[in-house]
Design a protein around this ligand. Structure first.
Ligand code: WTA
Length: 652
């Protein structure tokens, strides 16, 4: 962790910010939002369009993970993201789609967006989808993905987007877990000049599943695919048969909006469920204030819609605000390292939000790529998904923002729905590597192993511990779909009355938060969350493996990479060279989870360091993986310390 306390004054911004024009005003409003959250959020709720007003701001049983925001209210997310803008902004561009091959790009006005969304909403209804039904979206970054999300919200169906890099097995698990009856996909995806065979992955995932009665297939490329009679329907054909208007369901504030699966430290992925009113308000509010969105601004968040950042800051936040949002189908390095900058120049983007891993990958290619383009339209820059190292921070600040834009290092999670800790542009002094200060209504705290809050010490030179959150906020996930107990257990049992984030954190003397990374068994690879348990069970499912343990180790570009220790089975020892074995195991992980979860290192071993009760000591495995043999810490609890010697000898 870099704790160097260099502060950078926020570059000033032209025009008004939202309500707040100075750091003192931020502090005042922040204190008010914590002291009187009910009044604060009641006031903010006016930013949404309600069919029927709410009756109660908050019904709070935080310790039981049971909260309800804006009960009694009725609204619709698609109505808030589209219809309410039509009078004033019908002809304004809502979505700019920047295609893999820039020549194929397209844009849609708010009015066009409404027509596309309604046609899909009607097609879903024709297929029998009703309020509360689950629709699984396994799609590339094409406009139809955004349309389908909004179409689901329009009719009250619950979407579950599965990132298109997941394997057939992962997709199947997610379809089964939420019992989806409809899947929406594309014949193929296209990214970085390569085709992704999405439809055939869906076919594989659905083998033997009878609950899915309809598969809509968007046509992204000319590739022919087999269509199963009675199940598969071309999306464009279905849309052509439907009307371009469809009434918005009156949804209750707490009705489920979407499910998004994410990895935890144990077991299968969790289907986190977000709700209509609270999530949307939180996405809208954070989007406008943290990026200082002004009417007419062009917003470019490069995230994939398969992750929460895409949900909140490509679609829901920006569209609820009536912004023009860019959807990016390609990769930061295709056709070359200038791609992001080309997009910013082309559309005169004002806000740019991406992940440190992308910044590091581009910076490595040299400054000439960024210097080639005119980036003077930029006003706010954002980073998300993993700690940003100061080098990458400075590169973004100086090379991209020309030292004229605040860099918002935004800390948040799939579970939180929106940004929780971040600077405000033009307001907050920045410290490279620190997510700085909490957003309105958010009260973080740092606790020790026993769950005691660590208050600032007397001579306050900073404190370290586990990051928790004290009070409910509207954007928080309400449950794990179908398993509330697991939700409570995962987040609300470690420390009574607190939500546990799973992150370690340092708070400096100025009250600035520095996220130090996960303290549980979650590894953040290129900003993708992966559970060690998932990867280990994939590896161990191969008959050549007796036991596997994986740990995350620092990686210059990806933030973290996966290091796997493998104890081969008898069969594994007998028949394969180490290279062959790791080749087979890579294939196993690709098949079970997806390519992005493949370990970068394999170490074949004969034993693993375990406690006497049989728990793998990952702390030791991590140290050995990075060569810190002299700093293994306390190893007296090991059942068999000779294992450690073997591991060290193998690594040396
Ligand atoms: C990490 C992504 C440091 C953190 C929105 C968190 C960060 C996990 C930051 C959530 C940041 C996210 N600085 N770490 N600015 N933002 N993280 O659910 O470990 O994919 O718990 O949500 O990413 O990942 P998720």
């Amino acid at each position: 962790m870099n704790k160097n306390n260099s502060t950078i004054k926020p570059p000033s911004i032209s025009g008004d910010t939202f309500q707040i024009n100075s750091f003192e005003e931020y502090k005042k409003l922040y204190e008010y939002s914590i002291k009187d959250p009910i009044s604060y959020w009641a006031e903010q709720s006016k930013k949404l369009h309600w069919f029927h007003p709410w009756e109660q701001v908050l019904d709070n049983s935080f310790s039981e993970a049971d909260v309800a925001w804006f009960s009694g209210g009725r609204l619709n997310v698609s109505n808030n993201c589209i219809d309410r803008h039509l009078n004033s902004k019908g002809d304004q561009v809502a979505i700019i789609w920047e295609a893999d091959n820039t020549k194929d790009s397209k844009s849609y006005t708010y009015r066009e967006l409404k027509h596309e969304v309604c046609r899909i909403a009607n097609a879903l209804k024709t297929a029998g989808v009703r309020k509360g039904d689950r629709v699984c979206l396994y799609m590339p970054m094409i406009p139809e993905l955004a349309f389908t999300m909004l179409a689901c919200t329009r009719i009250g169906a619950i979407h579950s987007i599965v990132f298109a890099g997941f394997s057939a097995d992962s997709l199947r698990d997610r379809i089964l877990d939420c019992n989806a009856s409809v899947v929406v996909t594309a014949n193929e995806g296209q990214r970085g000049g390569k085709a992704l065979a999405l439809k055939s992955i869906v076919d594989k995932a659905l083998q033997g599943i009878s609950s899915v009665h309809t598969v809509f297939v968007a046509k992204r490329t000319e590739k022919e695919v087999t269509m199963k009679a009675g199940r598969d329907i071309w999306l464009h054909e279905a849309m052509a048969r439907e009307r371009r208007s469809c009434p918005s369901e009156w949804m209750a504030s707490e009705d489920p909006l979407f499910i998004l699966y994410t990895s935890g430290s144990t077991g299968k992925p969790k289907g986190l469920m977000h709700t209509h009113a609270g999530y949307l308000l939180y996405a809208l509010q954070t989007f406008e204030q943290i990026f200082n969105y002004q009417p007419g601004d062009i917003h470019f968040c490069a995230a994939d819609l398969g992750w929460i950042t895409g949900h909140s800051y490509v679609i829901y936040g920006p569209l609820a605000s009536g912004a023009t949002t860019i959807m990016f189908e390609s990769t930061p390095l295709y056709p070359d390292a200038g791609r992001y900058w080309q997009v910013i120049e082309k559309y005169k983007a004002n806000i740019f939000y991406t992940a440190p891993t992308a910044i590091r990958a581009i910076a490595k290619e040299g400054n000439e790529w960024v210097e080639k383009y005119d980036l003077s339209s930029l006003k706010s820059l954002g980073s998300v998904g993993e700690p940003i190292n100061p080098e990458a921070w400075y590169w973004l600040y100086e090379q991209v923002g020309k030292s004229k834009c605040s860099v918002m290092d935004t800390w948040w999670q799939t579970e939180t729905g929106g940004i929780m800790i971040s600077p405000l542009p033009g307001i907050t002094e920045m410290k490279p590597g620190s997510a700085t200060l909490p957003f309105f209504g958010i009260e973080p705290c740092i606790v020790d192993e026993n769950g005691q809050e660590i208050k600032d010490t007397q001579n306050n030179n900073g404190i370290s511990g586990y990051l928790c959150l004290k009070n409910p906020w509207p954007g928080m996930a309400r449950t794990i779909y179908g398993d509330h107990e697991r939700y409570v257990e995962s987040y609300f049992t470690q420390y009574p009355n607190l939500y546990f984030t799973g992150d370690g954190c340092y708070r400096d003397a100025d009250g600035y938060y520095w996220i130090t990374g996960r303290v549980d068994d979650v590894i953040n690879v290129s900003g993708h969350r992966l559970g060690t348990a998932e990867i280990e069970s994939s590896l161990a499912s191969n008959p050549l493996v007796a036991e596997a343990a994986v740990v995350g180790i620092p990686d210059e570009i990806k933030g973290m990479s996966i290091f796997a220790y493998i104890i081969p089975s008898k069969e594994g020892v007998a028949m394969k060279s180490e290279e062959e074995l790791s080749g087979i195991l890579k294939q196993q992980v690709r098949q079970d989870i997806g390519s992005f979860a493949i370990p970068s290192n394999f170490q074949i071993v004969s034993g693993l360091p375990k406690t006497r009760s049989g728990k793998i000591m990952r702390r030791i495995l991590k140290k050995i993986a990075v060569g810190e043999y002299d700093d293994l810490g306390n190893i007296t609890t090991l059942a068999d310390s000779s294992v450690v010697e073997e591991l060290i000898n193998l690594r040396k």
